[in-house]
Design a binder for this molecule. Structure first.
Ligand SMILES: Nc1ncnc2c1ncn2[C@@H]1O[C@H](COP(=O)(O)OP(=O)(O)OP(=O)(O)O)[C@@H](O)[C@H]1O
Ligand SMILES: [Mg+2]
Length: 329
């Protein structure tokens, strides 16, 4: 394993069999995450962010399958593991948190009990008393006030923000090398969102945990990510370090996402909307998938598919019109 690559995804294609035909939810995605790095995956609803994550976790629904490519995590080819080996890795070296913690927590068990199960299953603690002490410490680390009392709370007795902190505690309990967070703050209000993002950043730094942060919000990316992949209709259209991307966004889709971010200072009256919708994944347009919505599209864009090109500074872009020439011309 290369020490800059804890997770290395190459040419990943994930397909679903549906009545209407094959849906290529993820179509030729490649990226890697270094130990301790936070990588953002950003894009509109339906562009394949969650399916990329679930492909890594081995949690695709029955009609879905990785149909091409490779996923190597911590030196191991995940696609070659049995589902049992895969499960033992997940939760141990690899954890995931989801958008709505209420649906991932069991409503009839106390949160302390649930975190304890996770710890015991993965052999992190020997006795129940050890477990309890460790969990109370974890709850304290994730900023749950009065952790001794919260240990015995049921999920519905906690606010959304506290439930998400419990999920983070559970995900961090086994000190994973990689944490995949799928829209972990979307269901929360903005103040709580900021606190949770700050907490994730802090934990990732303290434990050198790599994070794959899935979000539709570039504001979240700016807040905590080191690098970012912008996805559109199952493909990466732009990838760069966060500062580079914000300073020099090239793909028209990325520019559209940036223009749709609210800006406090500018006094802008209406938020920008990228016109149109993402294409039907069963009937993908020829050429560039973004062309039907793009203000810069030319004839070539509607015929040929652009490749992901390195324009320098580790900045990759999949666009004919705004790539190399535009940057230098
Ligand atoms: N079980 C399934 N069967 C068929 N299609 C599926 C299935 N699961 C997901 N898809 C399709 O895969 C595509 C990508 O979905 P995915 O959930 O990865 O999007 P996303 O980027 O996470 O969107 P969101 O921001 O809404 O969470 C969508 O078009 C979705 O309809
Ligand atoms: Mg999703």
């Amino acid at each position: 394993m290369n020490d800059t690559e804890l997770l290395k995804i190459e040419d990943l294609q994930t397909s679903f069999q549906t009545k209407r035909g094959v849906v290529r939810a993820v179509d030729g995605v490649s990226f890697s995450i270094a130990p301790g790095e936070t990588l953002g995956i950003v894009g509109e609803s339906g562009c394949g962010k969650s399916m990329t994550a679930l492909s890594v976790m081995g949690l695709l629904e029955k009609n879905g399958k990785v149909t091409r490519g490779s996923i190597v995590f911590d030196g191991q080819d995940l696609l070659a593991l049995s589902s049992r080996q895969r499960r033992s890795m997940c939760g141990d070296k690899l954890s995931m948190i989801f958008q709505e913690p209420m649906t991932s927590l069991n409503p009839v068990q106390t949160v302390g009990h649930q975190v304890r199960e996770t710890l015991m299953v993965h052999g992190q603690v020997k006795t129940r008393d050890d477990a309890k002490a460790r969990i109370i410490d974890l709850f304290r680390q994730v900023g749950i006030p009065d952790p001794e009392r919260r240990y015995n709370s049921y999920p519905h007795q906690l606010s959304g923000g506290l439930r998400q902190r419990v999920m983070i505690a559970m995900a961090m309990a086994c000190e994973p090398k990689l944490l995949i967070a799928d829209e972990p703050t979307t269901a929360l209000d903005v103040t709580i969102e900021a606190q949770i993002l700050h907490l994730m950043r802090k934990l990732s730094r303290e434990h050198n945990t790599a994070v794959m942060m899935i979000t539709h919000n570039l504001g979240v990316v700016a807040e905590i990510c080191d690098r970012v992949c912008v996805m559109y209709a199952g493909k990466i259209v732009e990838q760069a370090e966060v500062h580079e991307l914000f300073r020099n966004p090239i793909h028209p889709y990325t520019n559209g996402l940036l223009r749709s971010l609210p800006k406090m200072q500018s006094g802008q009256e209406r938020l920008y909307n990228i016109r149109g919708m993402i294409p039907d994944l069963v009937n993908m347009p020829a050429g560039c998938r973004f062309a039907p919505r793009c203000d810069h599209a030319c004839a070539r864009c509607r015929e040929d598919e652009p490749q992901l090109i390195d324009v320098g500074n580790n900045h990759l872009v999949r666009c004919f019109c705004r790539g190399e020439e535009d940057r230098h011309g």
